[in-house]
Every structure is written in C-alpha cells, then in structure tokens.
Write a protein of this length. Structure first.
Length: 202
C-alpha cells in the first residue's frame, strides 16, 4: 500500500481574511474531489487552520495542489507522510488499476515496435500525473519459469484509478501511435495484441 499524505494548514491571517477567501478555497478543493485526488478535508477545532488528506497522488503533486490553493494567501502548510498498516476495510485505500497489454509484432518489426514502446512509456510517465508506473518489458529465460508466450513485448502500467487510464487512452501521442502502427494496414507493425485491467479490490 502506498504512503498517505496529510496537509496541516495553519492560518497566518485574521479569520476575517480567511473567510473572504473561503469560497474560492472550497471551489478549488471540490474540483480536486471530483478528480478523486482528495479523501477528506476540514477545519481544525479550535479554528486555527485546517486538514487536507490526499488520495492516490504523489507528494510532488500534493505540493503543487497546495501551492495553487487560494488559501496560500492566508495560511502555511506542513505535509505529514505515513504508511497505513491497519484501516477500515470499507474504505478503498487503493483503487489503483494495473494494466497488462501484450504485443506480437509483424515479421522483422520487433525492434521498431520496442523502440516506439520505450518512448511511449517514458512519455506517459513524464506527462501523466495519474500514471504511477509504465514499463515496456520482454520475457527473460529462467529455469523456474519455463512458460512461453507468443507475445514478444508486454507493457506493464499502474494508474491511480480507471479515470487516469481513460485519460491516458485519450492522449494524442497514444491515439497517434494506434492509428499509425496498429490500425493503418499500410504502416502497421503489430500483428496481434491484447489488453487486460486488474485491481487489488477484487
């Protein structure tokens, strides 16, 4: 299970100034809840600040979220990171989606396809905050794993949720790859492929 992130906000301005910005702060946070990036938030008692708990995002992304929050004008924050060991089973602590796609290149096209996939996985990881891992792999020989597959290349990806994978599929660099190297009969270098999604939630 990945670490969880909690931001403790401490007001640096009088409550009158805090209340003036509060509507914009709530509107900003609601968009993040809609994107499934936050788990819960609320004010401290007594009212000296607030708490924001992130959901399935990196510390870097959480820092960016806090930096862009309108509340930065009236508060400062501290991030606490911890690893959950016990939790209520009714709460979805993962939600991650694991994607396995297997690819059989056309004759004499394996190296070209491998090159494109290495570049595509690197681009995905660099540009998509919802992608946690993205690897292009090939099978290696091992005496304890004698099984073989007709597929020469396997892509292994992990996303924070299904929506993040949908966003990946809609990216221009992904659709461009499919149109040229999979769907177009004249330029295709893929003979056969398959894709499956998995979840830890069962």
């Amino acid at each position: 299970m990945q670490n969880m992130l909690i931001a403790i906000l401490a007001y640096t301005k009088p409550l009158e100034e805090v209340d003036a910005i509060l509507p914009k702060h709530r509107q900003y946070l609601q968009k993040l809840f809609d994107q499934k990036k936050l788990l819960v938030c609320g004010r401290l008692n007594p009212r000296t600040g607030g708490v924001i708990i992130a959901k399935n995002i990196s510390r870097e992304d959480f820092e960016k979220i806090l930096k862009n929050d309108p509340f930065t004008k009236v508060s400062k924050h501290t991030i606490i990171e911890f690893t959950p060991s016990l939790y209520d089973g009714s709460i979805n602590m993962s939600g991650h989606v694991f994607v396995v796609s297997e690819w059989l290149p056309k004759k004499n096209c394996e190296e070209e396809l491998w090159k494109h996939f290495k570049s595509l996985m690197s681009t995905t990881l660099k540009n998509e905050s919802g992608c946690i891992r993205a690897h292009a792999t090939r099978q290696i020989s091992h005496p304890g794993s004698p099984g073989k597959s007709k597929y020469k290349i396997v892509l292994l990806q992990e996303y924070i949720d299904v929506k993040a994978f949908d966003i990946h599929c809609s990216k221009k660099y992904v659709s461009k790859f499919f149109k040229k190297y999979v769907e177009n009969e004249e330029t295709s270098i893929v003979k056969e492929w398959t894709c499956r999604l998995f979840s830890e939630d069962g």
